[in-house]
Design a binder for this molecule. Structure first.
Ligand SMILES: [Zn+2]
Length: 70
């Protein structure tokens, strides 16, 4: 899965920049999450068969930024 998320990609749960995109192999669905929402949902996502397909190198590895005006 080529490519990366950019600053234009936003978390589906809040206005923060998306850090991860997750997809299901058997469905044409994709969800974008900031680091905070990814971590808070990761266990359920993995249990349901979602896998991380993209990451945003500008966000991944940085402290949580959600709630910070941008
Ligand atoms: Zn979020």
């Amino acid at each position: 899965m080529a490519g990366t998320l950019t600053a234009a990609d936003r978390c589906d749960r809040c206005p923060a920049a998306a850090a991860y995109r997750v997809q299901k192999d058997d469905a044409p669905l994709a969800l974008d999450f900031c680091g905070h929402h990814f971590r808070s949902n990761a266990a359920d996502l993995y249990a349901e068969g979602w896998t991380v397909t993209l990451g945003n190198p500008d966000v991944v590895g940085l402290p949580d930024l959600e709630g910070t005006p941008s």
